[in-house]
Design a protein around this ligand. Structure first.
Ligand code: ARG
Length: 611
């Protein structure tokens, strides 16, 4: 009994199961793996559809419509659907019966499921590497992308029942610390440091960097050598330098913690690049010993010819991450793993990081949520890892989840008026300030503390939602007015529809609690049916987010659900309706509020009772 109800949490999977059975009866031995039943993109022809029979018919050597007819003859779904329709060359269209939908909703209302079946025995282990800002620098607008997309993927995967380990791979080691140490020792302004530590560190870095850069008129070779020497001392474990470095970490972490606190984001681990320092030489030695890397002009690097000494096995140039096209010719694009001055590279650290993660957590997948500008780095990294330890990459899938840029109205990367990259903390402030203005206009009667709380939830929600809404790989134009609008596909709109649904539930419950717990679900009006059918697709949406690493599917889903709720609310009275309609509609409101709230929460967005 319980298991039957569980299956019915997802009607299209139940239909799929029965379709498979029918196929195996009508055409024993056929390959059912690719035969899926999915929510229909256009519900004009039905709620769910299967478009796999045409391909299968080709394999089986039968006419597609004939296959469809024979399968449908064996298919028994009359308890769930109207007679299955065969359309065009062999599409199957399923139109759900309102009673079948009502049964799923009633089970959801009893708390048996929320329209999906958690992973259970098929749960996977993921490591998600996201946010990963650099120490001694301010977090900027771009960090909202990795932080928001990563956090949302983590939340969805966990909700689906997977085990997720989050690791903030801070940039806390490397060349910049030579310059920072020199700056700290010779140019530090303690007052400025006390007032705004990150701004002071940034100033020191910029100043010293200008002196160390041989392409600038300010270049001073003596200073560059001293900075290098400071770095060598740090890497050799010099106590004074390690102490200053530690202080820079501490000051940066304070900044990170404050931003993460406001964004509601947390990490299981913040190992950072420095954690891997002890293993870097070992990584290089191993790769050289195995012939996968070789020295070239004092540096050590991985080349196409070290990975594939036999040119016959080498991937075609366009698929080869170790070649680039220059002036029409393919030239080497080696991956550096040790610099000529003895320092190690970003790549070396990332290789050591894979080793650590695989050994420590045995994940099924490691997901890197990092700017698309690093796509070439990850292609090389994954290829080297596969040659270095094929056993690891056979067990652990490595996935770069990239994303595009945030642009200004001019379609160029977003800048402040003075031409700088906007700081993340300032953007969070501005989002809350702008939302406070809007709330104050609409609700002047509310006490200030309340208005501020609403503004925080709405402002930060708007900013995050705007960032999650476009497909992650596309660039998007940052726009305060659009993201904060109460109409259209925005967080405030979805949050507002949630407040309406939640209010109806509160009011209705107060009046008559008893009947809501096990009401009869009646789906008579179009708007009721449309809302109910959308609720059914919640779990399917979460699965799509997880499969494609795309939170935008969830944004679009909560927007559609909010819009369907609004149409329902305008057309179907709830509290004034007669029983059993009243209790049934109240239940629709309750489930809608629940799914909207949870869906937004999985996007990292809060809800509030009034707006
Ligand atoms: N700190 C790097 C940056 O700001 C991002 C690190 C991403 N993670 C990784 N394992 N490489 O560009």
């Amino acid at each position: 009994m319980v298991s039957a109800q569980k299956v019915n949490a997802v009607l299209h999977l139940e239909l799929e199961k029965r379709l498979h059975a029918a196929l195996l009866t009508s055409h024993p031995g056929s390959n059912i793996n690719a035969v899926r039943v999915m929510p229909a993109p256009d519900t004009k022809f039905g709620d769910y559809q299967c478009n796999a029979l045409m391909t299968l018919a080709r394999v089986l050597g039968v006419a597609p419509r004939q296959l469809a007819t024979e399968v449908v003859a064996q298919l028994n779904v009359s308890d769930l659907c109207e007679p299955v329709e065969i359309a065009g060359p062999g599409f199957l269209n399923f139109r759900l019966k309102p009673d079948a939908i009502a049964a799923v909703l009633a089970a959801a209302a009893r708390g048996e499921h929320l329209f999906f079946v958690p992973a259970g025995a098929t749960a996977r282990t993921y490591v998600v590497d996201f946010s990963s800002p650099n120490v001694a620098k301010p977090m900027h607008v771009g960090h909202i992308r990795s932080t928001g997309i990563g956090d949302s993927l983590v939340k969805v995967l966990r909700r689906l029942g997977h085990r997720v380990i989050t690791d903030n791979h801070l940039g806390d080691w490397g060349t910049q610390f030579g310059m920072l140490l020199l700056g700290w020792k010779t140019r530090l302004d303690p007052k400025a440091l006390a007032a705004d530590p990150i701004a002071e560190l940034e100033r020191l870095y910029k100043e010293v960097n200008a002196l160390c850069d041989d392409s600038k008129p300010t270049f001073d070779p003596a200073i560059r050598d001293t900075a290098k020497n400071e770095l060598v001392k740090l890497q050799a474990g010099d106590e004074e330098n390690l102490g200053i470095w530690g202080e820079m970490q501490r000051l940066s972490q304070l900044q990170f913690d404050s931003v993460y606190g406001r964004l509601g984001v947390g990490f299981d681990y913040t190992l950072g690049e420095s954690f891997y320092n002890p293993w870097l030489q070992g990584v290089v030695d191993e790769l050289v010993a195995r012939g996968l890397a070789r020295s070239s002009k004092d540096a050590v690097a991985v080349f196409a010819d070290t990975l594939w000494p036999d040119t016959a096995n080498r991937p075609a140039p366009k698929d080869n991450a170790f070649l680039v096209q220059k002036d029409g010719e393919w030239v080497d694009q080696p991956a550096l793993i040790k610099k000529s001055d003895g320092g190690f590279n970003y790549m070396t650290t990332d290789l050591a990081t894979i080793a650590h993660r695989v050994r420590e957590w045995q994940p099924d997948e490691i997901i890197y949520v990092v700017d698309d500008r690093q796509a070439a780095h990850f292609r090389q990294l994954f290829t080297i890892a596969a040659h270095w330890h094929p056993d690891w990459t056979a067990r652990t899938r490595l996935t770069h989840v990239g994303f595009g840029k945030i642009c200004g109205a001019d379609k160029k990367p977003l800048k402040t008026r003075d031409g700088n990259t906007p700081k993340l903390a300032a953007l969070l402030d501005e989002a809350e300030d702008r939302a406070l203005q809007l709330v104050t206009e609409k609700r002047p009667e509310l006490p200030e503390a309340r208005r501020k709380e609403i503004a925080r939830v709405v402002g930060l929600g708007a900013l995050k939602y705007q960032d999650l809404l476009p497909h992650r790989t596309s660039d998007y134009v940052f726009n305060w007015d659009k993201m904060l609008a109460l109409t259209g596909n925005t967080a405030p709109y979805v949050q507002y529809q949630f407040t309406r649904a939640a209010k109806v539930v509160r009011d209705g419950r107060g009046q008559d609690l008893g009947r809501i717990s096990s009401p009869k679900v009646v789906l008579a009006e179009d708007q009721e049916l449309a809302l109910a059918k959308l609720l059914l697709n919640y779990g399917h949406t979460l699965n799509r987010v997880a499969e494609d690493y795309c939170p935008n599917f969830l944004c679009n889903y909560v927007y559609e659900l909010a819009s369907a709720y609004s149409r329902f609310y305008d057309n179907c009275p709830v509290l004034k309706a007669e029983e059993p309609t009243r209790a049934s509609r109240l239940l629709l409101c309750e489930l809608t509020a629940k799914v909207l709230q949870e869906g937004l929460a999985l996007l990292g967005i809060e809800t509030i009772d009034e707006m």
